[in-house]
Design a protein. Structure first.
Lengths: 323, 323
DNA sequence: CTAGGTGCAAATAATTTGCAGAGGC
DNA sequence: GCCTCTGCAAATTATTTGCACCTAG
């Protein structure tokens, strides 16, 4: 966590003056996981410095919220709670009313819908908070096991990797199949090359996943953190299905372009939304790879259309590629 | 609002004793629209009865929340706010941080996703709260017009009717087109009959909509309250497109069945989710109509398959109809 | 030097509670 | 008669503020 100080440095201009006290408070706060009430944070601070007053803690929290370091969340139990934004994408909460534990998750699907609703009203969103109150499975089963939960950062990275791997797999299948089906030798070469790349990336991603597991061997067993309904894996999968039905090589390439473009936009868009974190990096790196593939495919598509001028013009080829 | 007392009566057993004071508080509370803080409610109560104390209001609110008459919502401004559950489906909020107004909406799409996430965790949901903080369009534009907003009840009814009407319209188009395309005379009769029914229902619904407008002539101008992304109107519309491509009458009927079933499930499912209200009734009544259509279509389908035993078996007809 | 940060104590603000009496069942 | 509701006032809890002082830029 050495980027942390750099991160804070970036924020300074917003907040004016630096001070030892505030630094301490911010520091202690960022080291914590989960949701702290002002009072809990105060107690923690007091362990380090007996002389810091409650008011200072409140003021520091207020500053952090303003500077975007922290978010204020309300669990309905009277006092406010705070959580970091640092390496911690905004997320939603499942709150168990029995054991008072809270579980986090992230759903890009929901975020998209929220955006749609807001824009339908001309509303400019700054923050959205979703809390689902109810009973957790442990409490329902009578278990009172205080299951330790991995850091959100790890879960996020895990889910981002899972998604990337799933996409890579179905991409691999798509291109392998495509290489078999395509007639044009150059198009086939491109499909084969892309298949090879997917295979290579897949290996890389799987290694990265294994490395992640080293940090917490139970990582795979924790529940999903990042929900993506029609995540990219569906894109290529349905693409592969449709591949069997394409009329010619041009259509096959176009299908590839559509899949890659969907996948690229998807990973880029979400990668951009998150705060600095391993998960964000995974998303963005993956998006960059998809962009390369996309470029390759589009180039090949243009060449193919050039070669066979007798394009049937059924679906305005150039326009589609341009998008 | 005469069902109101009956409604409260139903709740009594949960809450023990009836009392004039509490009745007054509940009464005043239910008459209000929007989100009241305890204090605002207290002021309103005081207009009726100078001697009621703040504590009593708090206690009554606490009771109401427990009894399910009210919900507690937190807008992050320090004090809690309360809103009815009565004739007021749970909903989400857009909260403008500048003018402090809040706008409600309902999104079944989001609710579905929330349910999915919760069940993926084995979490039993009791309530979900979604708050979107930001800046409303009025504040963005510098307008400070305190636009009056219609009662949620009305907006909900309006949107339910809009949805029903849209579905009815595309259903009408579907069956009209179907009647032209179908070969089998009996199948044609069914399509014609359904088209006629849709036309009739459409008229009824449109009248109902006009009546609703009498209650608030600006009703149409208020922003959408109920968001339904792939609302039923999309179902029949895409059905009509596909109608041109069906191979035979059996497929045409099957397409109708699929559309009706989708529509039926849709309206039923959501109708069931809401608290007693005009909107709920609209949903459920509409669902009942769709069920009738569905029954008719399935009957016709079975007859047709019986007539032409030479079914190609391409899509396990009976099984599909059964679902 | 000066704006902002800090501690302390006092002030608010929202909500809860103890207690004695009133009222429904 | 018992149990719950009610008013009042006092208590509690979370958070903010005034003020005098301190410190980084």
């Amino acid at each position: 966590m050495d980027t942390q100080s750099a991160y804070l440095e970036r924020l300074r201009p917003l907040g004016a003056k630096r001070s030892g006290k505030r630094d301490l408070i911010v520091d202690v706060f960022l080291k914590q996981d989960g949701h702290l009430s002002a009072d809990e944070l105060f107690d923690l601070i007091r362990e380090q410095d007996q002389k810091i007053s409650r008011a200072t803690v409140y003021r520091a929290l207020h500053w952090m919220v303003g500077a975007g370091v922290a978010r204020k969340v309300d669990f309905g139990d009277g006092r406010s709670r705070f959580e970091h934004s640092y390496q911690h994408p905004r997320h939603f909460h499942l709150i168990c009313k029995l054991c008072n534990r809270s579980f986090e998750f992230l759903s890009s699907d929901i975020e998209v819908l929220v955006e749609e609703v807001a824009s339908a009203r001309g509303f400019e969103t700054r923050q959205s908070v979703l809390q689902i109150y109810g009973t957790c499975d442990d409490c329902q089963a009578g278990r009172s096991v205080q299951r330790t939960v991995a850091a959100t950062e790890l879960l996020f990275a895990r889910d981002a990797l899972r998604m990337a791997i799933a996409t890579e797999r179905s991409g691999l299948e798509f291109y392998s199949r495509g290489a078999e089906l395509v007639d044009d030798p150059q198009a086939r070469t491109v499909f084969q090359r892309l298949a090879a790349e997917e295979r290579e990336h897949l290996t890389t991603l799987e290694k990265r996943f294994e490395q992640l597991l080293l940090e917490d061997s139970d990582l795979e067993s924790y529940p999903t953190f990042l929900f993506f309904k029609g995540a990219a894996d569906g894109l290529f999968a349905s693409g592969t299905d449709r591949l069997a039905k394409v009329a010619d090589d041009r259509e096959a390439l176009m299908l590839g372009i559509r899949c890659e473009r969907g996948s690229y936009r998807f990973f880029k868009r979400y990668g951009e939304r998150f705060e600095d974190s391993e998960g964000k990096r995974i998303f963005l790196e993956f998006a960059a790879e998809e962009r390369e593939h996309l470029r390759l495919l589009i180039g090949e598509y243009r060449k193919l259309v050039g070669r066979s001028k007798a394009a049937d013009g059924s679906s305005s080829p150039e326009a589609e590629v341009a998008g």
